[in-house]
Design a binder for this molecule. Structure first.
Ligand code: NAP
Length: 379
């Protein structure tokens, strides 16, 4: 039996992880956590027989304590860290959204617990420190993002020094093929209508701006230790090829599959074993055509901005992420146009140049400063 904690169990990745766990006799959930959705969290708690849960929102935690007396409800950001540290888990799935995921990542790796990582922001914001912590405690970081899961599986079988380049595929989102002018007045509803993946709000908007792919380039750099100029992005609207590696002997290996997040989630939860997932076998004759094209960085400047912040290093990727979180929320609240998202990010990056990073506390400071600046730029 592998004992796991699911942090962010009420979200898109979290609910799919619960589905994977319910079909797997090898997995036992020993802790669940969410921000404020106490009702769904309690439903999952009862279904899985969990005895300890955490809710970041204090009022939601109080509601849950009243409604459920068969176990313990922890509250606040510290509650989630306590849940992880005292869980005795073999693996924590971090499926939080945004830079709020950094604390649970640090708590997990600090305890030497293996981490199934969906929260890419942990690596974007604090990649160097996070990977150094994993190395120091011997904990593994197993990616959940479909592209990184693909690359992890492809790179894992190769001898060191044989992988020349990594390629991340991007669906291109709902606005693929549009010019910058044609993006001026797109609506929230259109941005949330992703053609191939069903995901949480922020990551869906990030996919529409291609910002998400920028985050993924940074994530891949830290996970695989690959220099930025050896990580490519190609737009592939069918989302069948998830990742590709070019090897030193001229061979290229690709990872294919239906776009279904339960596949990489199951891989991360069972690693190094594999388990059955109820997803159909890929029928290439039925798929017919696979298309690929270069990303349009004029219409979608977020990818370029992410690469610039990545190259600048230090606090820049943290500032980049915080600015985007603020801008995306403003867009979702109808306060900022779609094309305002890259404008706010660029403005914030220019105002807060990269500073060196020595400690996790430098990140919390940079994150707060960037949020303040971006909130001003978003009005
Ligand atoms: N969705 C996908 O298909 C997909 C694919 C690849 C990678 N990812 C990555 O996976 C992560 C999660 O994405 P998602 O789409 O699953 O997001 P989501 O649907 O918005 O779910 C986020 C989850 O995190 C919880 N949460 C948020 N802030 C929290 C906090 N401060 N403390 C405790 N819990 C908190 C939420 O609880 P409440 O429900 O109570 O708010 C919810 O359970 C993101 O980093 C995303 O980029 C997602």
């Amino acid at each position: 039996m592998r004992r796991i904690v699911i942090a962010g169990s009420t979200g898109s990745i979290g609910t799919q992880a619960v589905d994977v766990v319910q079909r797997s006799p090898e997995l036992e959930v020993v802790g669940l956590a969410a921000a404020s959705n106490a009702e769904l969290l309690l439903e999952q708690t009862r279904a899985l027989g969990v005895k300890r849960i955490a809710l970041a929102d204090e009022a939601a935690a109080a509601r849950a304590s009243e409604a459920w007396t068969d176990g313990q409800v922890l509250a606040g950001t510290e509650g989630l860290v306590e849940l992880i540290v005292e869980s005795g888990a073999d693996l924590v799935l971090n499926a939080l959204t945004g830079s709020a995921g950094l604390g649970p990542t640090v708590a997990t790796l600090g305890e030497g617990i293996d981490l199934a990582l969906a929260n890419k922001e942990s690596l974007v914001v604090g990649g160097e420190l996070v990977m150094a912590l994993a190395e120091a405690t011997g904990a593994q970081v197993i990616p959940v993002d479909s592209e990184h899961s693909a690359l992890y599986q492809l790179v894992g079988g190769e001898a060191p020094g044989t992988v020349d380049r990594l390629v991340l595929t991007a669906s291109g989102g709902p606005f693929r093929g549009r010019s910058a002018d044609q993006l001026e007045d797109v609506t929230v509803e259109q941005a949330l209508a992703h053609p191939t993946w069903e995901m949480g709000g922020r990551v869906t908007v990030d996919s529409a701006t291609l910002f998400n792919k920028g985050l993924e380039v940074i994530e891949a750099h830290h996970l695989f230790g690959t220099p930025y100029d050896q990580i490519d992005v190609v737009v592939h609207p069918q989302s069948i090829v998830h990742g590709l590696v070019h090897l030193n002997d001229g061979a290229s290996l690709a990872h294919l599959g239906h776009p279904d997040m339960r596949v990489p989630i199951s891989y991360a939860l069972h690693h190094p074993e594999r388990a059955d997932v109820a997803v159909g076998t890929l029928d290439l004759a039925k798929v017919g055509t696979l298309d690929f094209e270069a990303p349009d960085e004029n219409a979608f400047p977020c990818l370029r901005l992410a690469r610039e912040a990545a190259q600048a290093g230090g606090t820049a990727p943290c500032v980049l992420n915080a600015a985007d979180e603020v801008a995306v929320h403003a867009f979702l609240d109808g306060e900022l146009p779609f094309t305002g998202i890259p404008r706010v990010i660029e403005d914030t990056l220019r105002a807060l140049p990269a500073r060196p990073l020595r400690h996790f506390s430098d990140l919390y400071e940079a994150d707060a400063e960037a949020r303040r600046h971006a909130a001003g730029a978003a009005v």
